[in-house]
Structures are given as C-alpha cells and as structure tokens.
Ligand binder design. Structure first.
Ligand code: CU
Length: 118
C-alpha cells in the first residue's frame, strides 16, 4: 500500500515536471488585412507565401480579404510576413504592396481594380 502511494506521488511529480518543461508553442498565428480581390489572389498568396521561411500555412478569406498565417516564431516575424505579402503584390495591414510585384499581378487583382469575386 505504501509503495502504491509512493508510486502515485512519484508519477504526479513527474507529470508536473513534464508540464513545466514543455516547450512553448511551435507555431503562432496572425491575421493580416490585405488588398486581395478574388480567388486568383487567394491562389497566388496561398501558393507563394509558404515558400518564405517560417511560414507554415496560409489561408485567405476572400470576402473579408483577411489572410490567416501560421508561422514558426523562431524562423520569422509578423513584420517579415507582411513584407512577404507586399512582395507578392498586395498591401498588408496598410503597408503598401511592392509596385513591381503588384504590376505582375493581373489587372483584376490590383488594388484599384473593381470589386469582384471570381
Ligand atoms: Cu485576384
């Protein structure tokens, strides 16, 4: 009986220690307001952005133009991610798109294009 109790206590202590030493979350998530227009923009961002170091997943919600990015905080930062969005040709949280990159997008995907969703 005494041994069982001791084992139980030991197990508890080990569990607590394990919980304490668990590393911080490996991924973080940010939402970025973009100047995206349509499904083509979605495709462009979702295929281009994961090529940048530290970016894990990218998902654009076309109706709200909000880009959700999960990333490894050890490899990249929100600033770098916004820059990557700019280099893809889109504004990110009001930070303007790289002009050359923007001009590579189809006219319908540029910020001044008419609203459309196809
Ligand atoms: Cu587009």
């Amino acid at each position: 009986m005494k041994t069982t109790l001791f084992t139980l206590l030991f197990a508890c202590a080990a569990l607590m220690l394990a919980a304490q030493t668990q590393p911080a979350a490996k991924t973080a998530t940010i939402k970025i307001a973009t100047s995206a227009k349509c499904g083509m923009c979605k495709k462009t961002m979702e295929t281009s952005l994961p090529r940048y170091e530290g970016i894990t997943t990218v998902s654009l919600d076309v109706p709200t133009k909000v880009l959700t990015v999960t990333y490894n905080p050890k490899s990249t930062t929100p600033e770098k991610i916004r820059k990557a969005v700019n280099k893809t040709g889109y504004d990110a949280d009001g930070q303007p798109a790289d002009p050359k990159a923007r001009d590579r997008r189809k006219p319908c995907c540029r910020k001044d294009a008419a609203e459309h969703r196809d």
